[in-house]
Design a binder for this molecule. Structure first.
Ligand SMILES: Nc1nc2c(ncn2[C@@H]2O[C@H](COP(=O)(O)OP(=O)(O)OP(=O)(O)O)[C@@H](O)[C@H]2O)c(=O)[nH]1
Ligand SMILES: [Zn+2]
Length: 184
């Protein structure tokens, strides 16, 4: 990555040997390693959801306003926003912090928003076998705000509904009520 970024600097018309840029390729390589931790072969998202509690609770659990920053795989610029996750448990609930950890996991790789939305929902469905999962992401893409079409403030909203959220209108409406309450 260091050599690659040195070449990118040269391609831009910069001089990678000037003082201010001398350590930049090393810093950038370290930064991408940090931003892309989920690409490491040892990272396993299933591990995140292993802390489960067997509770008799069959109503909706909503975890709103999970802030995230990911990287658009087309331009390698950040897209940032908030995730809203809800599920209706089957026979267990999961440790609360684990839901933002799932969002974080799928943010730490080159992404597009639609795929990230689906992956979050599918992992929760697979690991917890709940009665339903709903994921909504609202994000602003820097590739659309600081370059290209240049529309500051433009956001995209994506949703993935599984199980009861897909089949039952009342459940979906309850989820949307929480979403609207949060100003989304
Ligand atoms: N659906 C979707 N599109 C995305 C996402 N992130 C970036 N894009 C879009 O990916 C597209 C890539 O389009 P291209 O025409 O190949 O690239 P480009 O010439 O840089 O396009 P412009 O951004 O329109 O200048 C752009 O329309 C981006 O807005 C995302 O998460 N989901
Ligand atoms: Zn982009």
């Amino acid at each position: 990555m260091e050599n690659g970024f040195r070449m990118i600097l040269e391609g831009m018309g910069e001089d990678p040997s000037r003082e201010g840029l001398l350590d930049t390729p090393k810093r950038v390589a370290k930064m991408y390693a940090e931003l892309m931790t989920s690409l490491r072969s040892e990272s396993n998202p299933s591990e995140i959801l292993k802390t489960r509690f067997h509770e008799k609770y069959d109503e909706m659990i909503v975890v709103p306003n999970i802030e995230f920053a990911s990287m658009c795989e087309h331009h390698f610029l950040p897209f940032t926003g908030r995730a809203f996750v809800a599920y209706i448990p089957g026979d267990c609930v999961v440790g609360l912090s684990k839901i933002p950890r799932v969002v974080e996991y799928f943010a730490r790789m080159p992404q597009i928003q639609e795929r990230m939305t689906r992956q979050i929902a599918e992992l929760i469905q697979k690991e917890l076998n709940p009665r339903g999962v709903a994921v909504l992401l609202e994000a602003s893409h820097m590739c659309m705000t600081m370059r290209g079409v240049k529309k500051p403030g433009a956001t995209m909203v994506t949703t993935q509904l599984l199980g009861r959220f897909k089949t039952d209108e009342k459940t979906r409406a309850e989820f949307m009520t929480y979403i609207h309450r949060e100003g989304c």
